[in-house]
Design a protein around this ligand. Structure first.
Ligand SMILES: Cc1ncc(COP(=O)(O)O)c(C=O)c1O
Length: 381
């Protein structure tokens, strides 16, 4: 992999940092399935970093190095899932530490934190990112060690000001971690705005083809906290398989094309359906009417992401009916793939969910946007 520092991120991603196999000239990295790595006659490891795959595997290196470059990070790590990546951050904290999370974020992670933080001796509070000053009010100086934010936040696409959140977190001695799954490094580089760690469900846009479960973290500093996260990954075995890591580096080569296409289509769809008589609201940070639009413009570049939500007039029944009538959108969970998906989040999250019952979430893929608009038009008719 080359160290070119003057190339644009699109080039770095497309070429996987100009990968070339030194022995064969291959432009595609190999998959290394070995779980163990040999030592020489003096009992020295043949490769100093490779001993056992639960610690490190050569198949992770291309995706990790590429993500670190795209995020402007000191280092990146792959995990077996986005949840495993997030949990490693939480579990690297110490008993008595306090975590602050937003009220609206990926529900699976919020649910896990609500159920299990106490088991780990961790305090947990939630703040309302739409209420100015609410984050600062909930900080517990001396105790709050981690502020977790997600922007745009699933599935209302609220925008959190990363620079402001970093300042508040750092003033109280806490770390700021940003779940940037939806933005991807194509649209936002949270470390540049002061975040300490960026987290991705690599299952989504980074891989982009709906065939890998993986997660990733990228850090501003290789400090003691990062070493604890790295050790947790190894001890817990929260590592991806070699083939999954290989698929992920392949998917990342088209990341820019996919994210730009999905973002452009999502904006067109949001603009087309704004004010539609069958809708209560269109939630998309690229619309000037969206409350987070100004902050989104400042911290996102080249688009506002491929995710939007529609609030359907007529509540839950009408929302489910509209989803049921779609023929081009597939009714399925997840996001960030090449095919467009529609999902009724309330049905997935259940009665504890803060998500309105009339909301359907759209993950926009790379299909012709005219087909997607026509499909939604007939579904809303
Ligand atoms: C924003 C966000 N963060 C984290 C996760 C969890 O990632 P994974 O499913 O890869 O464990 C998801 C999954 O839907 C997500 O959408």
């Amino acid at each position: 992999m080359s160290e070119h520092s003057d190339l644009s991120p699109e080039t770095l991603a497309a070429q996987a940092l100009h990968y070339l196999d030194r022995n064969t000239g291959a432009v595609v990295p190999p998959i290394q399935p070995s779980t163990t790595f040999a030592r020489d006659e003096h009992y020295r490891l043949i490769s100093p970093v490779h001993s056992y795959t639960r610690d490190e595997n050569p198949s992770y290196e291309v995706a990790e190095a590429t993500l670190a470059r795209l995020e402007g990070a000191a280092s990146a790590l792959l995990f077996s899932s986005g949840m495993a990546a997030a949990m490693s951050v939480v579990q690297a904290l110490k008993p008595g530490d306090h975590i602050l999370i937003p009220k609206v974020m990926y529900w699976g992670l919020r649910d896990w934190m609500v159920q299990f933080c106490a088991t780990w001796g961790l305090g947990l509070s939630q703040f309302d990112p739409l209420k100015p000053g609410d984050l600062a009010e909930h900080m517990q100086p001396g105790l709050t060690r981690l502020v977790w934010v997600e922007t745009p936040a699933n599935p209302t696409w609220d925008i959190i000001n990363i620079a402001a959140a970093a300042e508040t977190a750092h003033e109280a001695g806490a770390l700021l971690v940003v779940d940037s799954t939806v933005s991807t490094p194509v649209l936002t580089q949270p470390l540049k705005f002061g975040a300490d760690i960026v987290m991705h469900s690599a299952t989504k846009y980074l891989n982009g083809h709906g065939d890998v479960i993986a997660g990733a973290l990228a850090t501003a500093k290789e400090d003691d906290f990062w070493l604890r996260v790295r050790a947790l990954r190894a001890h817990q075995g929260a590592i991806p398989g070699s083939f999954e890591a290989w698929l992920l580096q392949r998917g990342m080569r088209t990341l820019f094309l996919r994210v730009h296409k999905a973002s452009a289509s999502a904006l067109k769809i949001a603009q087309h359906f704004l004010g539609h008589p069958a809708l209560e609201a269109v939630l998309y940070p690229g619309l000037s009417q969206h409350p987070g639009h100004a902050v989104a413009r400042a911290q996102m570049r080249g688009g506002f992401g491929g995710m939007l939500s529609l609030r359907i007039r007529g509540g839950k029944t009408a929302a489910l009916q509209a989803a049921g009538k779609c023929r081009v959108f597939t009714r399925a969970t997840s996001l960030g793939g090449v095919e467009s998906l529609i999902e009724h989040r309330y049905s997935i999250e259940g009665p504890e969910s803060p998500i309105p019952e009339d909301l359907v979430r759209l993950s926009i893929g790379i299909e012709a946007v005219s087909d997607l608009i026509e499909d939604l038009e007939q579904a809303l008719a």
